[in-house]
Design a protein around this ligand. Structure first.
Ligand code: TPP
Length: 312
């Protein structure tokens, strides 16, 4: 899981480094700071499970082992992209790996996951569906309709809320009454669990239980992981200067970096040597540089294909 988190961080930092070149012509929503939630959950899943993500989908796609070259080519709008260059950063999918769709309409991952969970429930297989979403999504009516339906029919689905405390620039405390978000699951008669979203082991353990619960036919779980996004809601900047959040709060969360904290734990257990860490960084740097090269030099889609897959 440390490897996966580090790789995701380095890939997103690679996007940050190159974004100003203006060759990636789509918005990007980075998960830097939130890697533990994606990795801790997905590390429990199989490629036959079904994961649905949001506008902030890079980490989920990569945590499910989605193809890196196809992801970067997609962000560069190229024909080799996982959506043929049509979707951009917010529409990543890799069906062979279980990342079925990423949808930027807030709340949309939720009914899609309930739909595949219903289909798997009817088919009687042991697949699990997972909806990732932010704290903004529980404010959409579809969350409640989906939670009610999944709870009633004991569907094999995980509702994974990555609570980073902001919906764009509006803090959670200005959007919702003072209550725990897990109370929403309680209201729907659903099993729930919460854990430190910056502690990958805690996320892994909480979601492991939820995945087993779903695979064994016992129904859905709402999982709440508190975490924090480091950079702007959209784009590569740090934007604390615009005043929607407090610099001190931000620095506090930076100290809780999921990757650094995991590294310290592994080092204390003598499970991560400086040499191994160095070799990982080199290995990923090489892989990432070559994937960017691939994406940059890949061809654009044929203009004659512009209307393919478009409903007119
Ligand atoms: C239905 C809908 N309303 C508004 C938006 C605009 N919008 C895009 S992201 C976002 C905030 C989402 O916040 P959250 O769900 O907490 O996810 P986060 O960005 O924090 O990861 C909003 C309001 C949208 N994409 N879809």
């Amino acid at each position: 899981m440390y490897r996966k988190m580090l790789r995701i961080r380095m890939i997103e930092e690679g996007i940050v480094e190159r974004y100003a070149e203006q060759e990636m012509r789509c918005p990007v929503h980075l998960s830097i700071g939130q890697e533990a939630a994606a990795v801790g959950v997905c590390h429990n899943l199989k490629h036959t499970d079904r994961v649905f993500s949001t506008h902030r989908c890079h980490a989920h796609y990569l945590a499910m082992d989605g193809n890196l070259k196809a992801m970067l080519a997609e962000i560069y709008g190229k024909a080799e992209g996982c959506m043929g260059g049509r979707g951009g950063s917010m529409h990543l999918a890799d069906h062979a790996k279980g990342l079925i769709a990423s949808v930027p309409i807030v709340g949309s991952s939720i009914p899609l996951a309930v739909g595949t969970a219903l289909s798997d429930h009817i088919d009687g297989n042991q697949n699990v569906s997972v909806a990732f979403f932010g704290d903004g999504s529980v404010e959409e009516g579809v969350f409640h309709e989906s939670a009610n339906f999944a709870s009633l029919h004991k569907l094999p689905v995980l509702f994974v809320c990555e609570n980073n405390f902001f919906s764009v620039y509006t803090p959670l405390k200005d959007r919702q009454p003072p209550r725990k978000l897990v109370d929403l699951a309680l209201a729907h008669g659903m099993k729930f669990a919460s854990a430190d979203g910056n502690d990958v082991s805690a996320v892994f353990n909480a979601s492991r239980e939820a995945v087993l619960h779903a695979r064994n036919g016992n129904g859905p779980t709402f999982l709440l992981f508190d975490t924090y996004r480091w950079r702007a809601h959209c784009g590569t900047d740090f934007d604390n200067n615009i005043g929607y959040r407090d610099e001190a709060e931000f620095q506090e969360w930076r100290l809780r970096c999921p990757i650094d904290n995991c590294k310290v734990k592994l080092q204390d257990l003598n499970l991560l040597s400086a040499e191994y860490e160095e070799s990982l960084v080199l290995e990923f740097k090489k892989e990432i540089d070559s994937a960017f090269e691939f994406a940059k030099s890949a061809p654009l889609p044929e203009s004659s294909q512009a209307q393919t897959h478009v409903y007119v």
